[in-house]
Design a protein. Structure first.
Length: 139
């Protein structure tokens, strides 16, 4: 079996109930295991779909002067969000996340001066699927 297929069969497996709610999962000694949070019927599936990133007020080439923050909605269809990291001009920036609304934002400060900037957002789900959003904007 190829390394890629081995990776799929081991790393992306998780246990899901019949309502398509992830129960997590990890591969150990030839078995997929998870700590279940409720009773019911379950199945093992492979999750390879990256998270979703929806920009709310920013787009490639947009002038963000006079706008105090950039905002996004992020979500994952199955395993949930593990991490997110934003970068302006290659430097990490603080991004805030409201789990109830799935809103993610960055408030601009003095470090984002007037001019052209690059922005990159990486969102990773619990099964290490990665979604990348990259644009240029002006301030």
């Amino acid at each position: 079996m190829t390394n890629f297929l081995n990776h799929l069969l081991i790393e992306f497996r998780l246990i899901v109930n019949t309502n398509r709610s992830s129960q997590g999962g990890y591969f150990e000694n030839g078995w997929v295991k998870a700590k279940l949070r409720n009773f019911g019927s379950f199945f093992v599936t492979i999750h390879t779909v990256p998270p979703n990133i929806i920009p709310l007020n920013i787009a490639n080439g947009k002038n963000m002067a006079g706008i105090s923050k950039m905002s996004f909605k992020i979500s994952d269809a199955l395993s949930g969000i593990k991490s997110f990291n934003g970068y302006i001009n290659g430097k990490w920036i603080l991004m805030e996340f409201d789990t109830k609304t799935a809103n993610l934002w960055h408030v601009f400060d003095e470090r984002t001066a007037t001019g052209k900037h690059t922005f990159e957002l990486l969102v990773v789900d619990m099964k290490d699927n990665v979604k990348r959003y990259a644009i240029e904007f002006y301030r």
